[in-house]
Design a protein around this ligand. Sequence first.
Ligand SMILES: N[C@@H](CCC(=O)N[C@@H](CS)C(=O)NCC(=O)O)C(=O)O
Length: 202
Amino acid sequence: MLTFFHCPHTRSSSIHYLLEELGVPYESEIIDIRAEGGVPESYRAIQPHKKVPAIRHTTSHGDVVVTERAAITLYLADAFPQAGLAPALDDPRRGPYLTSVIYIDSVVDPCLVAHMNQWPYDGKGAAYGRFEDMVANLERTLAAHDYAVGDRFTAADTQWGVMMYWALDVMGLFKDKPVFRAYLNRLAERPAFQRFAKAMAG
Ligand SMILES: N[C@@H](CCC(=O)N[C@@H](CS)C(=O)NCC(=O)O)C(=O)O
């Protein structure tokens, strides 16, 4: 049994998309982060900051709770190997795959937030770098290959794809980056992405 602690139109969307790609049964528990009065204190036992996403996976070894998008992505892709979304430990793509998943949360997300809020930042002092360097890295990667890690879809693309959707279609950024739009269009052809987008719209 898999429980997904989710709030639509938030950072938990990328895990929602991943679950659709994995094609495994799960139950959603909606955590309304916008509720008047805030998120119930009881949820802190699952997520120490009362943020979404989180998952609880009940296995024969007991309950496993995983928080933080990157960790959840890596955990689920490994826990359900039949979906083929995680390069194996001895696959040369494993290192780039781990990097790609972590990069979204540790660099891309804070770069986008700093950029949107016009926080002055020269790329030094915090753990993330310059916005321009991040954009150039994404553009170089997606110009060279169809997906975040080479020419095969991996779980990293669930994080990259939802981030790209937010950047392009919600924030209105990167109108001068056809490579980014082509990538998002490529993902939009996938049935799992279509299911995810339909659920998000409904
Ligand atoms: N580091 C967390 C951050 C998740 C996050 O920022 N979640 C936001 C939704 S976009 C949230 O739950 N905010 C509620 C709050 O701050 O009270 C992760 O990547 O999983």
